[in-house]
Ligand binder design. Structure first.
Ligand code: KG4
Ligand code: ZN
Length: 351
């Protein structure tokens, strides 16, 4: 089964052709990063307008690169939640038009489910090992940071185990980079500078680091950096910037990786997975693999292109819905809320 996926929930317009075994025939991403960079974050109105401009182009390009016609595509999958509503609407309306015009079934996909299943994508024909269900996954992106138990590839079989109480991890990377005058998005630039720094020179602490709770908190560490900058000014020398990046990155990635492994141990699960833009972080990837190995677990880390927003993960998650016989109708709506149930405070962490 071949599925056309469309993604427009935030600042990437994407279209991809993916088969239900995870093979990526094409994956086109038109990034708006440069458009939003001067504002230090995503401007919703600009995002929607840019999606309108690019959505048809990325779909055509994805079809051309995969060398497919409407005859060979079996379904259209589109991100319909969560995200910026004006941005989501562009993809949803385009998908409805395409599905109607081409006479294909339509499925809406929760963006978070896409990130959680991105590890199943196979790019460049390379067969990579994939996790066994059930697995425990860390989803860390610009808008979300949470741990999930994934029993099967659909929203009804995914349970949140704990989430951030305040900022998402990616948001913390972006805000700290902004404080240090490093531009937007912050994750890739901090990732690049951190290896040149000394993580012990300027100690920073990620709150709630104790693994008895599966909740996270990242606003405090951002405040620690803000207070350091208020006292010392934005560092002018490269070494101090790198030292702050190294300290921040180590604190955040350690807490993410250790809670992922603690959650898997608590659930009695041996396979751990990461997903979302922050899963592209080299320190996090290394730490997750190291900690999982120590605990005799297996870590599954998606390729970099599968971590940040893309339509291939949406097409794959859509194929999983199709395989269950699920279809959406013309009343498919765009909403900023995820379909995944939030863990109750009692259910998160301390048991
Ligand atoms: O998943 P994503 O592309 O979009 C959302 O759904 O939010 O994630 C974007 C986030 C941004 O906050 C960005 O700074 C972060 O992922 N990110 C990284 C890295 N690459 C992207 N964070 C840390 N290290 C990276 N290498
Ligand atoms: Zn995302």
């Amino acid at each position: 089964m071949l599925v056309l996926g469309i993604e427009s929930s935030c600042d990437e317009t994407g279209a991809a052709i993916v088969s239900d075994d995870g093979r990526v025939a094409s994956d086109v991403v038109q990034s708006q990063v440069r458009l939003h960079a001067e504002y230090g974050g995503v401007v919703p109105e600009l995002a929607s307008r840019d999606h309108v401009k690019n959505v048809t182009h990325v779909v055509r390009e994805a079809m051309a690169q995969a060398n497919v016609t409407w005859d060979t595509v079996d379904a259209v999958a589109v991100t319909n939640r969560p995200g910026l509503v004006g941005a989501l609407l562009v993809g949803v309306q385009a998908a409805k038009g395409i599905a109607w015009g081409a006479g294909k079934p339509l499925v809406g996909v929760d963006h978070l489910v896409g990130h959680l299943l991105a590890v199943f994508l196979r790019r460049d024909g390379v067969p990579s090992p994939t996790p066994q269900y059930p697995f425990v996954a860390l989803l860390a992106s610009g808008g979300h940071t949470a741990l999930y138990r994934v029993d099967a590839p659909h929203a009804g079989a995914i349970r949140e185990l704990g989430a951030t109480r305040d900022d998402a991890a990616g948001e913390a990377f972006d805000k700290v980079a902004k404080l240090l005058g490093l531009g937007y998005p912050g994750g890739p630039v901090i990732d690049r500078l951190a290896p040149r720094g000394d993580p012990d020179r300027i100690p920073l602490i990620a709150p709630m680091a104790h693994t008895s709770s599966l909740e996270f908190s990242f606003s405090g560490i951002k405040t620690q950096v803000a207070q350091w900058v208020a006292k010392n000014g934005v560092p002018r020398d490269e070494q101090t910037t790198a030292d702050l990046c190294a300290s921040f990155q180590r604190a955040v990635t350690n807490v993410l990786a250790s809670k992922l492994v603690a959650a898997a141990a608590r659930e009695g699960v041996r396979d751990v997975v990461i997903g979302g833009g922050v899963a592209a972080n080299s320190a996090l990837r290394a730490r997750v693999v190291a900690l999982a190995t120590q605990r005799e677990m297996t870590a599954f880390v998606p390729s970099l292109a599968s971590c940040t927003d893309n339509a291939a993960m949406i097409a794959y998650a859509g194929a999983m819905r199709m395989a269950r016989g699920e279809r959406d109708a013309w009343d498919l709506i765009a909403t900023s809320q995820t379909a995944l149930p939030r863990a109750t405070r009692k259910g998160r962490g301390e048991r």
